[in-house]
Design a protein around this ligand. Structure first.
Ligand code: GTP
Ligand code: MG
Length: 307
């Protein structure tokens, strides 16, 4: 009897719901893709996410007369959070402070080395100043390596930041070997028992082979603990390309998304993490002050986009 009841129950449920097919979800998917793209997710990544979602949703049952777009968004939220949540989240500053505590105990004095990269104008130099500021607040002794020996004014720009934050800088001559400047900074840091060296590099496009070679040389010579790509939140469609090309040639450890305050809808971050198979987003830049570097919260971020 009870199994008969159960049978009738499931039949009722079947009639009050219907199966989702690729065809009947298409309109909701189109709206969803539009939502992603208007939030600056690259078209390529929006398409990939949509295809993924169709495959996940096919065969599921939706309530009759239910709003399929809402149903889709409810399903999309955890999928998107998964894309942007790294398997291992990194709190860079905390991790460095902890590692230095251990180093102090074992009396090895290799500084932690951070290398920042990215295309032109993304906010590398400003982000370095922010990191130096936060590390200094944690009593870390920081040395900056002015390895942008390419763009005129870059050395002076980093020097102004170093003076304001109150950290030492090792500079180089324009046109000189940027890897050598970084090497000198590390040697100096070792001799002074400094905790962290942060290396500033010139902006470069992945198509510029010479500058990409130079970047690989910097990495080879300095062997950084953290190689970080700085991406502008307003990068839109180009974010996917930047992230995948840099990751392919240099093997990144994480990403910092700058300029989230500058009217950015933030979809670039979904593109970047999707293109790099979940590279951790370490921080987001939220302004031009040194304190404007925030930890990244995936849930809050996705909810803002899906609203
Ligand atoms: N609003 C806002 N502006 C930022 C942020 N980060 C950097 N900027 C600004 O972006 C501009 C470029 O920043 P830089 O730090 O010089 O960028 P860069 O990547 O070092 O540039 P190149 O060395 O020329 O490749 C500056 O005007 C910064 O003040 C941020 O999080 N928010
Ligand atoms: Mg710079």
């Amino acid at each position: 009897m009870s199994s008969l009841k159960k049978g009738v129950g499931s039949l009722k449920k079947k009639f009050s719901t219907y199966e989702i097919t690729e065809k009947n979800i298409q309109r909701a998917i189109t709206d969803f893709k539009r939502l992603l793209i208007t939030n600056d997710v690259s078209i390529e990544v929006a398409n990939a996410i949509a295809t993924d979602l169709i495959n996940k949703m096919k065969g599921k049952r939706a309530r009759r007369f239910s709003d399929l777009s809402k149903f889709l968004l409810d399903n999309a939220e955890p999928a998107l959070i998964k894309i942007i949540s790294p398997s291992k989240s990194i709190d860079l500053i905390e991790e460095i402070v902890e590692s230095r505590k251990k180093t102090e105990q074992s009396l090895t004095k290799e500084p932690v080395i951070i290398l920042l990269l990215g295309i032109n104008g993304t906010g590398k130099t400003t982000t370095i100043a922010k990191l130096a500021y936060l590390l200094k607040k944690k009593k870390m002794r920081v040395i900056l390596a002015a390895s942008d020996t390419f763009r005129s004014g870059a050395q002076e720009q980093l020097k102004i930041h170093a003076d304001k934050v109150g950290v030492k800088i090792i500079s180089g001559d324009y046109g000189s070997d940027s890897a050598a400047v970084a090497y000198d900074a590390i040697a100096h840091a070792k001799s002074k028992y400094a905790d962290v060296v942060i290396i500033d590099t010139s902006g470069r496009m992945a198509i510029n082979k010479d500058l990409m070679q130079e970047m690989m040389k910097i990495k080879r010579v300095t062997r950084p603990d953290y190689t970080i790509l700085v991406v502008d939140a307003l990068a839109g469609n180009d974010a996917t390309k930047q992230a995948s090309e840099f990751h392919k040639s240099i093997n990144l450890d994480g990403v910092i998304l700058s300029k989230m305050d500058a009217d950015a809808r933030g979809g670039a971050l979904i593109s970047v993490t999707h293109a790099t198979n979940g590279l951790p987003v370490m921080y987001i830049g939220t302004g031009q002050k040194y304190s404007d570097l925030e930890k990244f919260n995936p849930e809050k971020y996705i909810q803002k986009i899906l609203k």
